[in-house]
Design a protein around this ligand. Structure first.
Ligand code: PPE
Length: 308
């Protein structure tokens, strides 16, 4: 569903503690975050299952939001419990089927300049139905990726573990370059030339039955889907290792895939025109279990599905 359609449906957005009409959830042009990227946000998905609607790892996402805010010296005026409850309320009140939830904490209107401390901290949580980020076809048959000429922000540039608004202009450059070159997604290298992640996803590679993914030190966002997929793979008795990966590990991979909340689990079928041919047996087993949990069909032994 488009954002416009949500507006026409009179969807509600939680804004500084209250539910407001979609069209009224507005900010001033001199909002600090608009000028300097001084916001932190999350992306979370809710799924309608036979047992009711559940939000996948909601508490973990809100914990990460609080940590992102901490890195940028922002004090969120709500507790973890209040944020969790607010997100559930937004999903309940809008009665969406499955949807994407976007909490954002930002420095608001009040002061310009690089000392933002006089700008108020504002918090909003919106939700809308958002389909497959890299396409339904991508989830089935994979996407074509290009190693980006845009480097991923360094660990001492903008801490990649924070999910901050301003950091995403780095991802946008990489994404647009990939699209302009006729690819679906970018794979970014870190400042040392090691594989980091996609523009909005973590990356995994399978070689000789072992699953590899770059460590946090490679400028990644520590993805919640990455963590979930690791747990699922280990449950399936695969060996999952954090390891430095180089470009040719991608070119010579037996399987490769992206993970993320918006993207979910998406096979990579080509990197820089080097094919990674099907079948992808390990990836398929992981997908089966991951989507089974999201649909409420496979036992959720970790309590990831937080029913609203
Ligand atoms: N790396 C980056 C840079 C990233 O943005 C995401 C999520 C991930 C890894 C995966 O993290 P996780 O969702 O916890 O598994 N990207 C979010 C934003 C996408 C957007 O376009 O906006 C998302 O998937 O919600």
């Amino acid at each position: 569903m488009s954002l416009k359609a949500c507006e026409e449906k009179n969807a509600k957005i939680w804004f500084n503690g209250e539910l407001v009409e979609w069209r009224d959830a507005k900010i001033h042009i001199l909002t600090h975050a608009l000028h300097y990227g001084s916001s932190v946000f999350e992306g979370i998905r809710a799924y309608r299952t036979k047992k009711g609607t559940a939000i996948f790892r909601l508490t973990d996402h809100m914990k990460r939001l609080i940590n992102s805010a901490k890195i940028y010296y922002m004090d969120i005026p709500y507790s973890l419990e209040e944020l969790v409850e607010a997100a559930k309320e937004v999903v309940r009140v809008n009665n969406f089927d499955s949807c994407y939830i976007r909490p954002i904490v930002f420095r608001g209107y009040g002061v310009m300049g690089l000392n933002p401390l006089q700008a108020p901290i504002e918090v909003a949580i919106a939700a809308w139905p958002w389909g497959a980020y890299l396409g339904e076809e991508g989830i089935k048959n994979g996407v074509r990726a290009k190693i980006s000429s845009i480097e991923r922000i360094g660990v001492n540039t903008l801490p990649p573990q924070a999910k901050a608004g301003g950091q995403y202009i780095n991802s946008i450059l990489a994404k647009l370059e990939a699209l302009n070159c006729g690819f679906d997604e970018a794979i970014m290298l870190d400042q040392n030339g090691y594989v980091s992640e996609g523009s909005g996803e973590n990356i995994f590679v399978v070689k000789n039955g072992v699953i590899y993914t770059p460590p946090v030190a490679c400028s990644i966002l520590e993805g919640i889907t990455r963590n979930s997929v690791t747990k699922i793979a280990e449950e399936l008795e695969y060996d999952v290792r954090e390891r430095l990966l180089v470009r040719s590990d991608l070119y010579l991979a037996d399987e490769a895939f992206f993970t993320g909340t918006a993207a979910e689990v998406v096979p990579i079928r080509e990197v820089d025109n080097h094919p990674i041919p099907q079948p992808w047996p390990i990836l398929r087993k992981i997908q089966e279990r991951f989507y089974g949990i999201l649909r409420g069909e496979i036992e959720d032994k970790y309590g990831w599905m937080e029913y609203i």
